[in-house]
Design a binder for this molecule. Structure first.
Ligand code: LLP
Length: 471
């Protein structure tokens, strides 16, 4: 996603290197509400506060780097999704985005369900008191232990992902004397990315069972139809619906439209072939968020309306009763609610290029830039500055040149060691994908609400690292 260069008047303006940047913002101190959590503001003193707490105080109390999560915003997003979809639909938060006991409690209190995709996520959900019937278990290679634990706990939904799994879940449920509600995950031949979707050949992936097999609905004689047949024959499984997830960080609803149409095509086929109307459709997650002010995501009520309309239209056209819809947003709930707070260490000005600003974290707390070429924004948050914009690259402290946090950003030219920077929109897929590379200690997650801050995931210690090292 390359953007036009030639910003007006930044430092290093004579020779502008290749990069993904637009003109520097008119005011480097401004905080664009599209990328910052709801309660973030710049105080009259010049520093930034969240939930009424000055980030300098947070850095002092909790150290840096730290993920700072705006609990008010997190809960508000849960409510916005729940209210947008209403009582006839279910919102399953995708725990892979970020999960902790506190988050599970927030979800529970705000009336959301939870999608887990591993034994660890399931254990966290159950430990924190999420009712099992509000949990869905995903995964393309669930272990026997994971299946057993889920069935035993009584999870509301297991999303079946392969023929082997149909047999394994059926066997486990029969052995435990249960009838396990299941959905079948299908691949609809659509893959969506941000502003576009591609509707060809995306059955070539590890997830789900392909619908493909011809016919204009796309719901032909593929493995998905065969999976339905098999599940319907098994007494220990209750087939409740069909599941489709088409990708992540999507802004364009067209991919969902194709997906819904094809899933409804399969429901129609199931009715015609087996005389059964499946009562549920899950269209997965994947709704995009703003990482930079150039991103323009849709609001939950627009998404709910678009998806609801598509499903209703398709079902009416097919003469089907409209099934109960569910969705699984992860990033769209957690992502915008947190920023990562870093302290500036060294600065290197490369004449005619840019200034490398090193912070005290890096690819161990945010792998997304290195892995996906993701774009982020960044701001100086410990003070305001009237200095001119300086073309910068925010990098970490790891022994790797790809250790980039924010590839292209404008920061004030008077930036100095000891300043605090914050990178917004790091609530999803940052802590959950963090590593101990170079024996880095994974940062804490600090939840802030109404002038109170508390650690919900503590910082790792060297002791934690050494405890695992039993040689
Ligand atoms: N449901 C299913 C079945 C999924 O596989 C996923 C994400 C979600 C829901 C939630 O998607 P979301 O609403 O968060 O986009 N690590 C990548 C994202 C991987 C998403 C995998 N599946 C990243 O950092 O961008």
């Amino acid at each position: 996603m390359s953007r036009s260069a030639h910003p007006a008047g930044p430092r290093h303006a004579d020779v502008l290197p290749e990069g993904h940047y637009t003109a520097p913002p008119a005011d480097l101190n401004s905080l664009d509400p599209r990328v910052w959590a709801q309660t973030v503001e710049r105080t009259p003193e010049g520093a930034v506060a969240v939930g009424g707490l000055d980030v300098r105080r947070l850095a002092e109390e909790f150290g840096t780097p730290a993920y700072v999560m705006d609990e008010t915003d997190f809960r508000a997003r849960c409510r916005a999704w729940r209210d947008a979809f209403g009582p006839d639909a279910d919102v399953y938060y995708a725990g892979k985005a970020f999960l902790s006991r506190a988050v599970v409690r927030w979800l529970h209190e705000e009336g959301l369900n939870l999608d887990v995709c591993s034994g660890g996520e399931l254990a966290t959900a159950l430990d924190a008191g999420m009712p099992a019937e509000r949990i869905a278990l995903h995964g393309n290679n669930k272990s026997d232990e994971e299946i057993e634990r889920a069935v035993e706990a009584g999870v509301g939904r297991i999303v079946l992902d392969s023929f082997q799994e149909i047999a394994r879940v059926a066997h486990t449920a029969a052995r435990l004397g249960r009838r396990q509600p299941v959905q079948i995950r299908v691949t609809v031949g659509v893959e969506a990315h941000t502003h576009e979707f591609i509707a060809t050949a995306h059955e070539d992936q590890k997830f789900g069972l392909a619908l493909a097999g011809g016919g204009s609905s796309g719901a032909g004689e593929g493995p998905a139809a065969e999976a339905v047949r098999r599940v319907l024959m098994l007494d220990s499984l209750e087939l409740t619906g069909i599941h489709s997830h088409i990708g992540s960080q999507i802004f364009d609803m067209a991919g969902f439209e194709v997906s819904a149409r094809r899933v409804v095509g399969l429901l129609t086929r199931v009715r015609d072939e087996h005389g059964v109307e499946l009562p549920e459709i899950d269209l997965g997650g994947g709704l995009g968020i703003a990482y930079t002010p150039e991103d323009d995501p849709r609001e939950p009520h627009e998404i709910a309306k678009a998806l609801g309309d598509i499903v209703t239209r398709e079902c009416e056209a097919a003469g089907l009763a409209v099934p109960r819809l569910s969705v699984e947003p992860g990033r769209a709930i957690a992502g915008p609610t947190a920023f990562t707070l870093y302290e500036v260490g060294t600065l290197k000005e490369l004449e005619g290029l840019r200034t490398y600003v090193s912070v005290d974290g890096g690819m161990s707390d945010n792998i997304r830039t290195a892995l996906y070429d993701a774009e982020y924004s960044v701001a100086l948050v410990s003070r305001a500055s009237a200095a001119e914009p300086m073309l910068s690259r925010v990098v970490g402290k790891h022994c790797e040149s790809g250790d980039i946090v924010v590839r292209d950003a404008f920061l004030p030219a008077d930036l100095a060691p000891g300043d605090l920077l914050a990178v917004p929109a790091t609530g999803a897929y940052c802590r959950s994908m963090a590593s101990n590379y170079n024996h880095a200690l994974r940062p804490p997650v600090v939840a802030v609400r109404d002038g109170q801050a508390r650690t919900i995931v503590r910082r790792e210690t060297e002791e934690d690292l050494l405890r695992l090292d039993v040689g």
